[in-house]
Write a protein that binds this ligand. Structure first.
Ligand SMILES: CC[C@H](C(=O)O)C(=O)SCCNC(=O)CCNC(=O)[C@H](O)C(C)(C)COP(=O)(O)OP(=O)(O)OC[C@H]1O[C@@H](n2cnc3c(N)ncnc32)[C@H](O)[C@@H]1OP(=O)(O)O
Length: 250
């Protein structure tokens, strides 16, 4: 769902029964939100969040994407979402992930693509892809190594366990923690940005993202997608996803 209010464009993933997992419809709607923010001068900041209090985003929809069995099929999906997250990473307006609940797998990649991460107290976050015998597949690792200390980023990816928002704040992944009233607190926090001319916000973001528009970074970002597509075909990945779905009789 896309809303615009007081200079903020709110993009909400509205799939709470699937813990706001991302399917192709969510990808398409997110692209629409990015287009709106890029083109609308009244749009000063983009906030991405999830519906409900359980989850921000559970990553890729395993029930949908488990149908993708070959490297080529996986690559097409990973490439689509990878391009969307690259566009989010380099958006010429400030962006915020308002982590209203669990952020898992690709949900953490989505949050990493944003400039700032504000989280509900106690929310759990985890780059769990290694437990599925794959790596991040939407550019999440490339972005994490750009935005965090090398050792902290590598540990998050290799460990593949969830941590609390408070732990994530300590290592510099989360910037603010809100106990409750997340949207109100987020909007209040952003007033110091939304009260600035759009042209200034755009100019500073263009200065900030120049480093990620180089061919060198783009090669690193999209090589990750190739590696994930290769691993996707492994039997270990198939077994790990089957195991998750079986527990839910899917
Ligand atoms: C595509 C690649 C991408 C990438 O890395 O590039 C990825 O993100 S790979 C996918 C990584 N995501 C996961 O492995 C998360 C799997 N889900 C979980 O671990 C849990 O569901 C969790 C922690 C998100 C929430 O746990 P909780 O106990 O609160 O809820 P349930 O597990 O009971 O789930 C409730 C309901 O939601 C469905 N669900 C949850 N996650 C997904 C998902 N990723 N895809 C599809 N559906 C999901 C789950 O099946 C339950 O449905 P129900 O019909 O009620 O059984």
């Amino acid at each position: 769902m896309i809303e615009k209010q007081h200079g903020i464009v709110w993009f909400t993933i509205c799939r709470p029964t699937r813990r706001n997992a991302i399917d192709y419809a969510v990808m398409d709607e997110l692209e629409q939100a990015l287009q709106l923010v890029e083109c609308d001068d009244e749009a000063k900041v983009l906030v991405i969040t999830g519906e409900g209090e359980e989850a921000f985003c559970a990553g890729g929809d395993l029930q949908v994407f488990h149908q993708l069995t070959t490297k080529e099929e996986a690559h097409a999906m990973l490439w689509k979402m990878g391009n969307i997250l690259y566009r989010l990473l380099t958006l010429p307006k400030p962006t915020v992930a308002l982590i209203n609940g669990k952020a898992i797998g690709g949900g953490c990649e989505l949050a990493t693509a944003c400039d700032f991460r504000f989280a509900r107290a106690g929310a759990r976050l985890g780059f769990v892809q290694a437990n599925l015998a794959i790596t991040t597949g939407w550019g999440g690792a490339a972005m994490l190594f750009e935005k965090m200390a090398y050792d902290k980023a590598l540990d998050l990816l290799l460990h593949a366990q969830t941590i609390t928002a408070e732990e994530a704040e300590r290592i510099g992944f989360v910037h603010r923690i809100f106990a409750d009233s997340l949207r109100e607190r987020c909007e209040k926090q952003l007033r110091c940005y939304t009260n600035k001319p759009t042209a200034v916000l755009r100019a500073y973001k263009e200065a900030a993202v120049g480093r990620w528009k180089t061919e060198e970074f783009r090669q690193r970002f999209f090589a990750e997608i190739e590696r994930c597509a290769y691993l996707w075909e492994s039997e270990e990945h198939d077994r790990a996803v089957q195991s998750f779905l079986a527990k839910r009789n899917k």
